[in-house]
Design a protein around this ligand. Structure first.
Ligand code: PEP
Length: 277
């Protein structure tokens, strides 16, 4: 076997080991950092350069698990660029149907074929375009059915002084629980992304993040049981930057981050990964 092949095999084995730890109930001990590139960049050349730069900095598998979600047209090329690194490929959305007359949609089979392992579902920017809890749940079921990991985004538009936003979050979790048995909810990742913090520079405080982590765990305990609730990793997303990542991670008690803007600069993304290491 050539050197590249050996490295690739070692990376894959180490990743499988992480996944095994997760299935043994240690899911929250392996943090996850996901870069959501959104509608960036606008050329394949720039996407390749960014993927290569991230891959170069992430050669070996050490916690956290690092994932990048480029736009659909770049998945194949980005997949090639990160192949020999520890970086894992993700997609930003998926359709509920797998094949047929659905113009403009993207199938889970196509994403799987391109090597995507995580699929972001229900991002607030998709919900703003009309995606409902019901559709989000259908997408989550589609992803799970094909043995990939959905990263389900939840989060309130604004915070009110009476704390009604907690009910909003609880309802988002309830809609998931209506369709997912315990065995399925354990296979998802939740990304708590308060909409007011996304792309605004207004990061949630460590206290906000800690409180929400606890709240989500409490709701999941109510809807399932404590052991199940403890198995579901909860990421934080919303203006995570190199200078706030360490305190959010250390004191916020989250399972990692979903990063938008800062994932478009390889150095910033690497600094966030380092803060979680
Ligand atoms: C996101 O879009 O998921 C996100 C968290 O964006 P940003 O980090 O730019 O706030």
């Amino acid at each position: 076997m050539e050197a590249g092949g050996i490295v690739e095999k070692a990376i894959r084995e180490a990743y499988c080991f992480f996944v095994m730890l997760q299935s043994l109930g240690m899911k929250k001990t392996v943090p996850l950092v996901i870069g959501n590139w959104k509608l960036n960049p606008v050329t394949l050349v720039d996407a390749s350069l960014l993927a290569s730069a991230i891959a170069r900095k992430q050669k070996t598998v050490a916690a956290p698990i690092v994932v990048i979600a480029p736009p659909f047209p770049y998945l194949a090329e980005v997949g090639k660029k990160i192949k020999k690194s520890a970086v894992i490929l993700a997609a930003q959305d998926v359709y509920t149907e797998v094949i047929g007359p659905f113009t403009g949609e993207v199938s889970i089979l196509q994403l799987k074929d391109l090597g995507a392992e995580y699929i972001i579902v229900g991002h607030s920017e998709r919900r703003a375009l009309g995606e409902t809890d019901d559709l989000v749940c259908q997408k989550v079921q589609t992803v799970l059915k094909h043995q990939l990991t959905p990263v389900v985004c939840i989060g309130e538009r604004a915070r009110d002084e009476h704390g009604d936003f907690f009910t909003f979050i609880e309802n988002q979790l309830r809609s998931l629980a209506e369709v997912l048995p315990a065995v399925a909810i354990k296979k998802i990742v939740i990304a708590y992304e308060p909409i007011w913090a996304i792309g605004t520079g207004k990061t949630a405080t460590v206290e906000d993040v800690k409180e929400m982590q606890l709240f989500i765990e409490t709701v999941l305990t109510k809807l399932y049981d404590r052991a199940t609730a403890k198995m579901v990793p909860v990421l934080y997303g919303g203006s995570v930057k190199p200078d706030n990542a360490a305190s959010l991670h250390k004191e916020g008690d989250m399972g990692g981050f979903l990063v938008g803007g800062a994932s478009l600069k390889a150095d910033d993304f690497a600094a966030i990964i380092k803060a979680v290491s």
